[in-house]
Write a protein that binds this ligand. Structure first.
Ligand code: EPU
Length: 424
């Protein structure tokens, strides 16, 4: 297991090219299960989660070949419906194969993915949706068994206590594009990654209306074609680097993520007087040194186009760098606050009231030993380490490799002093 040592207190300056979106590409790779034709996916990030997902698809029968470092050829000539526990347990995104297996084989058998450190993560909405399409769902020894004698389009509602479900929408889409008749998904997720998936499915010949809205209308097709598609840029990676620029008093330009995907973040940053410029045509977003004039903020995480939960931990770091009290309420995963205790080790003053972090910002941060607990919490610890004086050591740093391509290197390219060493 590795740890990273960050020598903080240096401004980050320069350009970062974002990789393809992690949370788009796994559902897109799963879409290759819907056809026996060749599928090419470009701009796939090099991540541990993608490696696991490729292994999972291979066990389901997909032939996969790397054409270039970020380009994969996938072909699912023969598919099996059973996913092995060992791979599914490693990654929550494994649930994305369910919808595609149902679409192709009318059958899926998958171990329950379970919860994770960011809180309880049920799949009840996915399963209710499949039932609406005519599937029977049962659970045997921790394995979800789904099968349909007659898959049939229907009206499906995907709203839950915490809003819609992103992977649930991806799953229902992939079953519905192959279900005879018309399916209407109400309260569908509107995240850019879902829009990207819909566009890929359209390239395969799917008939989908309402893309980007909470109501998707799908007319099922008998068969679908292959695709050659380029994954959209990762908005969470882009947001993470912009916040790294701000907390280090730097000038960071991120290239490759359309600014409209980050409008909630950009709106908050503008309202607290951050100096930002963006160019939708490139696309690029740039932040300039302005930390001393920023004012405290109040945000609540919400489904898109609201403030993304996947940038909540990183925003906590901005909050502790701005003098005054900032409030951050988590409405998607109310328990996603494991990073707070670690930020306190660096000298941050934070209280947690239910699912609201109360950040008393402005005290000097000083380097410390901290422990990464999940992907976004790890990114937040990197940012805090970069903003702090002295050396910060982050243990269990493997979490960051699950979702950020070459994170250390990209940060070093803009001036960060980071070293990765073996943790004994
Ligand atoms: N929920 C239910 N029932 C369900 C499904 C979800 O109650 O059947 C609840 C969840 O517990 C949560 C909320 O609904 O409170 C939203 O969950 P969602 O299903 O949208 O999350 P997800 O699809 O499992 C994806 C991303 C997450 C991201 C969330 C929210 C992937 C692989 N993961 O998860 O990404 O936080 O949407 O935007 O797409 C990350 O990248 O660090 C990450 C955790």
């Amino acid at each position: 297991m590795d740890k990273v040592c960050i020598q903080g207190g240096t401004s980050l300056n320069g350009e970062v090219v974002v990789s393809g979106a992690k949370n788009a590409c796994m559902a897109m790779m799963a879409a290759s299960l819907l056809t026996d034709e060749v599928c090419i996916l470009r701009n796939v990030p090099q991540l541990r989660d993608v490696d696991f997902f490729i292994q999972l698809l291979q066990t389901l029968g997909v032939e996969i070949e790397a054409l270039e470092p970020h380009t994969w050829k996938l072909q699912a000539k023969q598919v099996v419906y059973e996913a092995p526990y060992d791979l599914v347990r490693k990654m929550r995104a494994s649930v994305c194969v369910m919808g595609a297996l149902i679409g192709r084989l009318r059958r899926a058998s998958l171990p329950l993915p379970g919860g994770c450190i960011i809180g309880n993560r049920p799949i009840d909405l996915h399963l209710k949706g499949f039932q609406k399409l005519g599937c029977s769902v049962s659970m045997e020894a921790g394995i979800v068994q789904i099968s349909a004698d007659h898959l049939q389009g229907n009206s499906v509602f995907l709203g839950g206590r915490f809003g819609s479900t992103v992977t649930g929408t991806a799953n229902l889409l992939m079953a519905a594009v192959c279900a005879p008749g018309t399916t209407t998904i109400e309260s569908a997720a509107c995240e850019p990654e879902i829009v990207d998936l819909c566009q890929l499915l359209q390239q395969m010949g799917a008939d989908i209306e309402g893309i980007g809205s909470p109501t998707l209308k799908i007319v099922g097709k008998k068969s679908l074609h292959g695709f050659d598609y380029t994954v959209v840029g990762d908005r969470i990676e882009a947001g993470t680097f912009l916040l790294a620029g701000l907390v280090t008093q730097g000038n960071v330009k991120v290239v490759g993520c359309p600014p409209q995907f980050l409008s909630a973040l950009l709106h908050v940053l503008e309202s607290i007087h951050a100096e930002i410029s963006y160019h939708p045509s490139v696309p690029s977003i740039e932040v300039f040194p302005c930390l001393e004039r920023l004012i405290p903020f109040e945000i609540t995480t919400l489904p898109f186009p609201g403030f993304p939960t996947d940038l909540q931990a990183q925003m906590c770091v901005l909050g502790i760098c701005i003098p005054g009290i900032s409030l951050i309420t988590e409405r998607i995963y109310p328990q996603r606050f494991m990073h707070l205790a670690e930020l306190q080790r660096l000298g941050a003053h934070i209280l947690l009231e239910d699912s609201t972090a109360i950040l008393q910002g402005g005290s000097a941060l000083s380097g410390s030993e901290v422990m990464a607990s999940d992907l976004r919490a790890s990114a937040a610890l990197y940012l805090a380490g970069l903003a702090a004086e002295g050396t910060t050591v982050i243990h269990r740093v493997y979490h960051v490799d699950r979702g950020y391509e070459a994170f250390d290197q990209k940060l070093r390219n803009v001036g960060a002093k980071i070293q990765r060493v073996e943790d004994h």
